[in-house]
Write a protein that binds this ligand. Structure first.
Ligand code: SF4
Length: 278
């Protein structure tokens, strides 16, 4: 029996809209044991650098919330430790990656964190101008109809009379045609959060996106209309993901699915070794 797609997150959406093959390999298995066992656990050193940047930054926020600040030296040493552990856990041992390359990745992660600390929102949190704030992970979903939606903001803060919901993206795409609606999905989370007022007009929404060596701020004032459109986008995505899944499980052959239109998207794809497009 084919299980309907019930999960939605920005990451899933990005992969789905960029490459059907990659999406199917990553997310669709339909409880097929052979498929699950054969699927190799792989992540590129670059992707591990991105996830390291994110997790070290969240460790830093955890301490900051307790009133403990980090020195640059501590940031670097936490990155080195986390990245090395991640690389080893994916079989990328000292023999498989040169010291020079590893040090470069550590530097890239450090630059990301150093630069985000200079962002106006994060600076206000660090220097105490923003006093009421919290941070979240996207591990806990909220239910939207039958869909599990992973949409919590990374940071929430209150400034003057407004609640601000912030999403961080440590490696963002240059073009994001649906960025407003994608960011608005954070409102779904807030509606279910008993500690936040249930009035969309009282929110401001921010995306902090790292691209091309810079963090960009993208801020919007959400409306009921945007929230409605965001829900529609989510439902449409879930529907299209189900159509793709139905197609895929007929053969469990990902090579029969559409490939990425742009070869740029293939550069860091974990499934490119077996991909006919590359
Ligand atoms: S290599 Fe490119 S086309 Fe092939 S699965 Fe990855 S992203 Fe898709």
């Amino acid at each position: 029996m084919i299980e309907a797609t019930t999960r939605w997150s920005i990451t899933r959406r990005k992969i789905f809209t960029n490459c059907a093959r990659r999406y199917a390999i990553k997310y669709v298995h339909n409880n097929n044991k052979t498929w699950i066992n054969n699927k190799k656990k792989y992540s590129s050193p670059w992707d591990l650098m991105i996830s390291t940047s994110r997790s070290v930054f969240f460790e830093l926020l955890t301490d900051l919330h307790r009133g403990v600040s980090w020195s640059e030296k501590l940031i670097q040493s936490r990155i080195r430790f986390e990245l090395t552990s991640q690389l080893i856990s994916f079989g990328i041992t000292y023999e498989k990656i040169t010291n020079k390359k590893r040090n470069k990745l550590i530097l890239y992660a450090f630059i990301r964190i150093k630069k985000i600390l200079g962002n106006s929102i994060i600076t206000k949190i660090v220097n105490g101008t923003i006093k009421e704030w919290s941070f979240h992970d996207r591990i806990k979903p909220v239910m939207f109809g039958h869909i599990e939606v992973y949409c919590s903001p990374d940071i929430v803060y209150r400034y003057k009379s407004k609640w601000h919901l912030v999403r961080l993206n440590f490696q963002s795409e240059k073009n994001q045609p649906y960025v407003d609606l994608e960011l608005c999905s954070m409102l779904l989370w807030s509606r279910y959060n008993q500690y936040l007022p249930n009035i969309e007009q009282k929110f401001a929404i921010h995306g902090l996106f790292y691209n091309n060596g810079k963090w960009r701020n993208y801020s919007i004032m959400p409306s009921q209309k945007m929230l409605q459109e965001s829900k529609q986008l989510l439902e449409k995505d879930a529907h299209n993901m189900n159509l793709l899944q139905n197609e895929f499980v007929k053969t469990m052959n990902p090579n029969k699915l559409p490939f990425a239109k742009s070869s740029n998207y293939c550069i860091r794809c974990p499934y490119k070794i077996s991909c006919p497009k590359v």
